[in-house]
Each structure stands twice: as structure tokens, then as C-alpha cells.
Design a protein around this ligand. Structure first.
Ligand code: WT7
Length: 635
């Protein structure tokens, strides 16, 4: 038997050593014993980080939905696959069994086929957190279509950019969505986006809110009547191991988001294996990840990882504060949740409420607590550990990225002793290294540098859709023969890793990965704005908040400042979404620039953080006087 399920620390080290010494044997054994293949591979791994090229299980044929659904039917047909908890607590929860999920996925797959969707076609999914969302991903995978989920909080401009970048033919959406006490006009956003998406032929609309919406003739179709007619069997397409499974966009250092491409077999093997171990999932545990399926966390650890393990995965439509701040605790009690995976920003918001609310609920079912998306500060870590876990549920602070597909560095609960704010040890198969600025590897312990990975793992993204050069430039050009994560990290005296934060132009706000460039581009669209620069500064709930420095054109200088601030945030909301709004906007005459014209963000960051005592070396600045001016007028 391969080491699929790690149970103690000794075993972890043993398994880890094997995964480094014989990576191909290691992954081959796991792939062989725990998954369903239509045809086995010819070669386990081909790789070259200079091209870069990575291929796992080449030559194999499979369908990921047969692994997530079909193979469970005999043993787990009646077991709950998805437990749906609606936004409104008065609305009953829905338990969807593996058999029902199988049938609903097959029906949806048949509808997509009937609309002309074929293997390799791109389908955009813009849906709220309702069962149809998970079903849509799987339906695409069933017929070999490539899904591109766009988080349903993104604006119409962000949506159309993503639809066009990957040439999606069809969009799946709903009439509206619920978010706490608000109803959002999702279909209206899609209509607006599609005005600039000539390639979209069909829009399939799920009824959720019953809102009065426009249906465009010849393009829009209601999903329910089609589902009622559709057959509950759809032959699964036989797919190549390296065929794309999905595209998922993440922010980058230019305005254009990066469509990260994940391929089928490696992604399946890695997300399933990490799910099993990182959460120590044992049947019949009820597992809950609070992320949205619109992010990688939801793809890997609400849908694919849990279902590949035959787990029960909870899908929550709502928000942590509706109808009150007890909602998460209420859901844990109601469904006897065993593993709970959330983000530091949510923990901080809930901690702010004190423990009174939480104490009204029975949280004794919890066995494992997870954190993901940004560094978890010490205070939040202890609050989570002491009050939610009552000191008996280990916290897994799991570090990973959209690009990595699955969890990379994390404690394994009940195996790895935890340490507040530390992601601790790499998963089997993951070989992290720390590099200094000159490109040298920092060996040994008690060092701090840039976090890279020196060997491929099965779920690494294979490319950026339509732009392999950008993929190479972004991840494989900073350090020779290494995947560069964009994060800084330190390794302590026992070899534990602590992620210290981004070292590039990405800012993580409430766990959302935001590039500075797209936000600056949006601000610069305002007719009165000449130039802008944004930086992050610490925020007690969001982790980071955004601080913008804006230079106005001459005619803008006489305008009302507060109105300008509102207008700028309005443009950001329209172009990207409300998550990218600025908390502070300072109007300034100039920005500190180097002689080559590069904005010195380091200085702007220090000013935003009110750390102006030590600004470091400013001698290379073209315009050093502007610094004092900015400090004097800082908010
Ligand atoms: C960036 C990736 C991983 C899924 C959600 C975010 C930051 C993520 C941690 C953690 C410190 C973390 C990193 C990373 N990050 N998890 N446990 N501790 N930082 O995916 O949007 O691609 O963002 O999130 O900076 O690079 P993403």
C-alpha cells in the first residue's frame, strides 16, 4: 500500500523523504491505487523549468467525474455528497446524495452538449454559491469542456475581459443571487458584460431569486425546463491526462488577469491526496470550506478534492454576518461539521464580536480547523485555537496559490505540531527553497528569503491561457530553474516555514489577491486623474487595505475631493469589483520615482503605514522633495 494516509510524524518524515528521493515512484503508487483510469500512463513525469514544461501521467486516459462520482455509486450512492446551506436560514438545507449529484451532473452535461459544447470548448460559469455551481464545473469536466469560473462578485467589465480572453462560447448564470439581506442582479451584470463579448452564443440561466429579468431571444435559455427533459446519463468523455480541466484567473502585475490553466490528472491526484491528509478526512465526516467556488480554494477543496475522496462537502450560499454573527457557529452545530476551513479575514471579523455569540453554540463536532489565503496573525490564531477549537482542534495554516492548484505547506493535523503563524512543513512532494536577492539559495535553518519551489508537483499550473511567455516570465525567470511564488518566507530553527507576505506588486485584501496595476489602470480612467499608485497598509480585519496616491490633472485640482474619491471608487467597482475599493485616497502633486521612471512603492508603503522615521535610501530618487510633501499631507 502506498502512503496515502499519513498518521504520525515519523511516517510523515518517511513519506516526505521518499517523495523527494523517488518522486515518480511516489506519485505513481498513489495514482495507481486510489484512482480510476481508462488507460494508464506511459510516463509519470516529464519536466523542464526552463521552457517551462511539466507533464504528469502522460499517455493516460481518464475522466475526473468518474473519479468524483461514478466510482462512488456502488458504495456511497446514498451518502450525502453536497450539503447545501442556503443564504436564508429559514430555507431548508438540501442534502444531495452521490447518486443525485451524478444524475444532475449528467443532465447538465447533456444540456451543454445539446447547445453544441464540445471537448476543448470554454464555458464561463458566473453563478452564486448554489448547487448548480458545483454541478456546472463537473458537467463541463464530464464532456471535456474547459470551465472558467468567474467569481460572482466581479463586475461586468471584469467578467467580459475574462470571457473574451479565453473565448468562452457559453455562459452559465442565474437570474440573481442572495448575499445576506441583499439581492444582486447577476443576470443584469452578465447582460452588460456580453455587450462586448461577440463570441458568446448561449446563456443558460438558473432560477434562484425569481427576479424579473430580461431574456434575450436566441441567446438566453432558462435551465430548469431543459433539466427536466434531460437524460440522467451522459457518457463521460475519455480525456488525456494533460488536457486542460479549467482556467482560473488571478491578478498579475499588468492590467490583464492571468488565466491559469490546470490539467486533469495531476490536479486530480494532488487535490485528492492533500484533501485526505491536510484535513485528516475520515468517513463519515462532514467537511466545510467557507470559500467561494469562484476561487481556487473552492475548486480544489469544495468540489474536486472532497468528491474524489467520497466526502460530504458543505456548500454555503451566505455570508458570516447574516442574519447575525453567529451564522458560522450555527451551521457548524446544525450540520455537526468536523473540518472547518476558512480565511483569516473572516476569523478576525468574528473575533471582533467577542465570544458571547459563539458560546451559544455547540461546536464539539469540530476536529480540524483550517486557515488559508493570507498570513494569519498571532492574535487571530489564538482566538481561533482557544475559542473555536477549544484548544483541541489543531489549526492547519495552509499556504498555497491559484498557480499551485493544491495545498503546499501546512501542518498535517494530529501529525505535525502546530506553531502560531507558521505554515510549518511542506507536503510530501513539495520541495521549497529560500533564495536571496542575488539568486543564491539560502541553505540551513534560521534564514529568510524569497520562496521558490525547485521540483514540479502534480497540480502546478501548466501555462497562462494564450500567453506561455508571460507564464515563463512571471514564474520561471526570476530564479534559474525554479518556480518563484512571489512570496517571502522564513525557515525557523527546526525547519518550519512562515510565510511573511508578497514581495511583488500583489496585495492581499481580505484574502483576495489584487494586483496593483489593474487597480491603477482603473483609477487612471477617471478624466481628472493624471497618474496613480496604490499600496497596501495593515488593517485589523482585512489584513491589508488599499491606500491610493493620486495626481490630478490641472482642471481636476479645483474639484471637490470627496466627490472625486467617490468617483474613483465607483470606477474601481465597475472595472474590477467592490473588493478592490480604496480605503484611503491621498491627492498629491507627485510620486517618488527613480531615474528610470519607476515608482518607489517602498516609500509610499512606509508612508501609508505611518513608518516615516526610516525611509531607507532615497538617493536614487529623481524628485526627493516630493517625499516630504507626501508625508506632510498623509492621511
Ligand atoms: C497568495 C495566493 C491559496 C488559496 C487562496 C489564495 C497568500 C495563501 C497563505 C497562508 C500566508 C498565504 C500568499 C499566496 N497566502 N495562503 N496560509 N499564509 N499567505 O490563492 O489568490 O492565488 O493567493 O495568498 O501570498 O501567494 P491566491
Amino acid at each position: 500500500m502506498s502512503n496515502y494516509h499519513i498518521k504520525h510524524l515519523e511516517e510523515y518524515f518517511q513519506v516526505y523523504r521518499k517523495s523527494v528521493r523517488e518522486p515518480e515512484n511516489f506519485w505513481e503508487e498513489i495514482a495507481e491505487e486510489h484512482f480510476l483510469w481508462r488507460k494508464k500512463w506511459d510516463k509519470v513525469l516529464t519536466w523542464d523549468f526552463t521552457k517551462p514544461e511539466v507533464k504528469w501521467f502522460e499517455g493516460a486516459q481518464l475522466n475526473i467525474t468518474e473519479n468524483c462520482l461514478d466510482r462512488h455509486l456502488t458504495t456511497r450512492g446514498d451518502k450525502t455528497a453536497i450539503l447545501f446551506e442556503p443564504n436564508n436560514p429559514e430555507e431548508p438545507a438540501e442534502a444531495i446524495s452521490y447518486r443525485q449529484l451524478y444524475e444532475r451532473v449528467n443532465q447538465m452535461a447533456n444540456i451543454l452538449k445539446a447547445q453544441g459544447i464540445q471537448k476543448g470548448d470554454r464555458v464561463c460559469i458566473y453563478l452564486p454559491m448554489i448547487p448548480e455551481l458545483a454541478i456546472s464545473l463537473l458537467a463541463c469536466a464530464r464532456i471535456g469542456a474547459i470551465h472558467s469560473v468567474v467569481f460572482a462578485g466581479f463586475s461586468s467589465t471584469a467578467l467580459s475581459t475574462r470571457i473574451n480572453d479565453s473565448d468562452c462560447k457559453l455562459v452559465l448564470t442565474s437570474d440573481g443571487s442572495y448575499r445576506g439581506d441583499k439581492t444582486i442582479d447577476l443576470k443584469g451584470i452578465v447582460d452588460e458584460a456580453l455587450e462586448s463579448c461577440p463570441g458568446v452564443q448561449t446563456v443558460l440561466v438558473t432560477k434562484r431569486t425569481g427576479s424579473d429579468i430580461q431574456m434575450k431571444k436566441g441567446r438566453d435559455l432558462w435551465l430548469q425546463p431543459l433539466l427536466n427533459e434531460a437524460s440522467t446519463f451522459c457518457e463521460a468523455e475519455s480525456m488525456g491526462a494533460e488536457d486542460p480541466l479549467f482556467i482560473l484567473y488571478t491578478s498579475g502585475s499588468t492590467g490583464m488577469p492571468k488565466g491559469m490553466v490546470h490539467t486533469i490528472a495531476g490536479y486530480m491526484v494532488y487535490t485528492a491526496y492533500t484533501f485526505k491528509n491536510a484535513f485528516q478526512y475520515r468517513e463519515p465526516d462532514v467537511y466545510w470550506c467557507t470559500a467561494d467556488i469562484g476561487w481556487i480554494t473552492g475548486h480544489s477543496y469544495i468540489v474536486y478534492g472532497p468528491l474524489a475522496n467520497g466526502a460530504t462537502t458543505l456548500l454555503f450560499e451566505g455570508v458570516p454576518h447574516y442574519p447575525d454573527f453567529g451564522r458560522f457557529w450555527n451551521i457548524i452545530e446544525k450540520h455537526k461539521v468536523n473540518q472547518f476551513y476558512t480565511a483569516p479575514t473572516a476569523i478576525r471579523a468574528l473575533a471582533k464580536q467577542g465570544t458571547e455569540v459563539l458560546e451559544q453554540y455547540d461546536l464539539s463536532s469540530l476536529k480540524v480547523l483550517g486557515s488559508v489565503g493570507e498570513p494569519i496573525n498571532e492574535e487571530a490564531w489564538h482566538w481561533y485555537n482557544d475559542n473555536v477549537g477549544k484548544g483541541k482542534s489543531p489549526i492547519i495554516d495552509s499556504w498555497w496559490q491559484t498557480e499551485t492548484g493544491g495545498i503546499m505547506i501546512t501542518p498535517i493535523p494530529y501529525v505535525t505540531p502546530t506553531k502560531p503563524t507558521y505554515a510549518t512543513l511542506p507536503f510530501p512532494g513539495i520541495q521549497p527553497v529560500l533564495m536571496d536577492e542575488t539568486g543564491e539559495e539560502l541553505k540551513g535553518n534560521q534564514v529568510e528569503g524569497r520562496l521558490c519551489i525547485k521540483f514540479p508537483w502534480p497540480s502546478i499550473a501548466r501555462t497562462i491561457w494564450g500567453n506561455h511567455k508571460r507564464y515563463k516570465d512571471t514564474y520561471f525567470s526570476t530564479f534559474k530553474n525554479m518556480y518563484f511564488t512571489g512570496d517571502g518566507a522564513l525557515r525557523d530553527e527546526v525547519g518550519y516555514y512562515r510565510i511573511t507576505g508578497r514581495v511583488d506588486d500583489v496585495i492581499i485584501v481580505s484574502g483576495h489577491n489584487l494586483g496593483t496595476a489593474p487597480i491603477e489602470d482603473a483609477i487612471n480612467e477617471h478624466p481628472a486623474v493624471a497618474e496613480s499608485a496604490i499600496v497596501g497598509y495593515p488593517h485589523d480585519i482585512k489584513g491589508n487595505a488599499l491606500y491610493g496616491y493620486v495626481i490630478l490633472k490641472d482642471f481636476g485640482a479645483t474639484r471637490d475631493r470627496d466627490n472625486l474619491r467617490k468617483e474613483i471608487n465607483q470606477i474601481i467597482t465597475e472595472q474590477i469589483g467592490p473588493i478592490a475599493k480604496l480605503d484611503k485616497i491621498q491627492f498629491t502633486q507627485g510620486l517618488p520615482k527613480t531615474r528610470s521612471g519607476k515608482i518607489m512603492r517602498r516609500i509610499l508603503r512606509k508612508i501609508a503605514c505611518k513608518e516615516t522615521n526610516d525611509l531607507g535610501d532615497t538617493s536614487t530618487l529623481l524628485n526627493p522633495d516630493v517625499v516630504q510633501e507626501i508625508i506632510n499631507e498623509a492621511l
